[in-house]
Design a protein around this ligand. Structure first.
Ligand code: NMX
Ligand code: MLT
Length: 471
């Protein structure tokens, strides 16, 4: 982590120097930057052998070190708290929240290149960071933006596959269908069929992951415009960065919405390896299913209401609250509405977490965005009020381990503010972003030669007998 921090500081300095020298009309920085400095693939190629050695050493020297005890509760309880996965791109602390390659969200906001000074991080910068562990310069990020644009052509059959579905199909169903249709172009599958050696698996995985990340905004916006905008498609603008262009092809050109999209795509990208979507991709990928197959599987997990679909549920829940009580809602009315939700056997969407035990920093940075750009938005004010009222009620239930809001409690009201009000679509946005984390880790999975995932399962009878003997 210390290494990444110092690299981060150096990179920031380098980036500042680069910006300075550009503004001074100097070419000093350009002279010391080679083509391979700007090429993510070359950077990765240099890093892989040392990381392979690192893993080999770890296994040889510490392979038998114990990481904790497995309890019956863990086996029955969705493996909560059980350490069982290697995931390089990010790590989640229950109290502090996510760190991408060692950097917290506020640190990413400070260190990663932005579209304009002090702006939100560019998602391409995060992709570079997740893949290499290094904070990129603005030039590296710009080069990656270009690379993604150059990879973004979507074949016609993908649109035909989506069009075969009724427009009423859930946006996530349409989106995943698009991803499955993209799969026919998998470089990994072609190379594997030809007998590619294991040492080279990461190369076509890189191609597939980068193509997937590049093409998803096109597919996602096609789904959006098909369902909600009478199929009027907006062509990509290759002068824009990834987040801004995504906002543009959806039909939102307000610079503040573009800035929101950069933040949105950055913070939803990765949440260590155990969450349903990331874990699914890792599991499916471990069978050497290509990145398209692995990511489509991940999306199907993301489409569940306890995971990514919670962002849809939150906005629908808030809007039905407003419908029921009007805009000037009292604290008592809020409490009644929350209890009504709980008493009808439902969860309060956007609250709680499988690992986090404090307010999700992804919630906090979205709140800061709202305070800066839309402080008077009535739904934002309602979200702020819920932040005061929900946690004591969930705590009162006595069984909820984390009464604090997660990322999904906030995202909908921001999008809604800028006109993207179709809540059923929200999980697709989450999905586009999640491809950045999943795609990066799939490349490392293959580079590190990680094996087939196959944990042991047992029956209740096995557990009963085991516990009897242990007593
Ligand atoms: N509202 C009502 N009950 C809750 C909530 C909530 N927000 N969160 C947890 N509980 C209940 C949970 O259903 C369980 O009840 P029971 O024993 O009757 O089955 C009990 O509290 C203990 O659950 P926890 O151990 O606190 O939470 P767990 O790790 O099992 O689940 C979530 C985590 C995220 C699934 C859960 O907190 C939840 O359902 N939250 C609402 C849905 C949501 O916001 N999901 C999005 C998560 C983030 N993401 O994007 O993926
Ligand atoms: C995520 O971003 O994947 C969610 O917060 C769920 C999780 O981490 O388990």
């Amino acid at each position: 982590m210390v290494f990444f921090r110092s690299v981060a500081v150096l990179s920031k300095l380098r980036s500042r120097l680069a910006q300075q020298s550009t503004s001074l009309g100097s070419v000093r920085w350009l002279q010391i930057q080679s083509a391979s400095d700007l090429d993510l693939h070359s950077q990765l190629k240099d890093l892989i052998p040392e990381q392979q050695e690192r893993l080999k050493k770890l296994k040889a020297e510490n392979g038998k070190v114990q990481l904790g005890n497995i309890t019956v509760d863990m086996v029955i309880g969705g493996m909560r708290g059980m350490t069982g996965l290697l995931w390089e791109t990010s790590l989640l602390d229950p109290d502090e929240g996510i760190r991408f390659r060692g950097l917290s969200i506020p640190e990413c906001q400070k260190l990663l290149p932005a579209a304009s000074p002090g702006g939100e991080p560019l998602p391409e910068g995060l992709l570079w960071l997740l893949l290499t562990g290094k904070v990129p310069s603005k030039e590296q990020v710009d080069s990656l933006s270009k690379e993604l644009h150059s990879r973004s052509k979507v074949p016609d059959h993908v649109y035909k596959a989506i069009n075969a579905l009724p427009p009423t199909a859930h946006p996530m169903t349409q989106f995943t269908t698009g991803v499955m249709a993209l799969q026919v172009e998998s470089e990994f599958q072609k190379a594997y069929d030809k007998g590619l050696s294991k040492a080279k698996f990461w190369e076509p995985t890189y191609e597939d992951s980068m193509n997937l990340i590049a093409r998803l905004p096109v597919v996602a916006s096609f789904v959006y415009r098909r369902i909600y905008k009478e199929g009027q498609i907006i062509p990509a603008d290759s002068s824009l960065d990834y987040g801004a262009n995504f906002s543009h092809v959806l039909g939102y050109d307000d610079p503040k919405m573009m800035e929101l999209m950069r933040l949105y795509v950055t913070i939803h990208s990765d949440h260590e390896g155990g969450n349903v979507s990331a874990h699914t991709a890792h599991l499916v990928g471990s069978a050497l299913s290509d990145p398209y197959l692995s990511f489509a599987a991940a999306l199907n997990g993301l489409a569940g209401p306890l995971h990514g679909l919670a962002n849809q549920e939150v906005l629908l829940w808030i809007k039905s609250l407003v419908e029921e009580c009007g805009e000037n809602i009292t604290t008592e009315q809020l409490k009644d509405y929350i209890w009504k939700t709980l008493n009808s056997g439902k969860v309060v969407p956007g609250y709680g977490h499988g690992v986090l035990r404090k307010t999700d920093p992804r919630y906090t940075c979205q709140r800061e965005f709202a305070l800066k750009h839309l402080p008077d938005d009535p739904l934002f004010q309602l979200v702020s009020k819920l932040y005061e009222v929900v946690p004591p009620i969930l705590t009162h239930l006595g069984k909820v381990k984390n009464p604090w809001p997660n990322v999904d409690a906030h995202s909908g009201v921001l999008l809604n503010h800028f006109g993207l009000s179709e809540a059923r679509y929200y999980t697709v946005l989450f999905g586009v972003s999640r491809s950045i984390g999943i795609g990066s880790q799939l490349i490392w999975d293959r580079a590190l030669g990680l094996p087939l995932e196959r944990p042991k399962s047992v029956t209740m009878e096995w557990l009963e007998n085991y516990c009897k003997k242990a007593a």
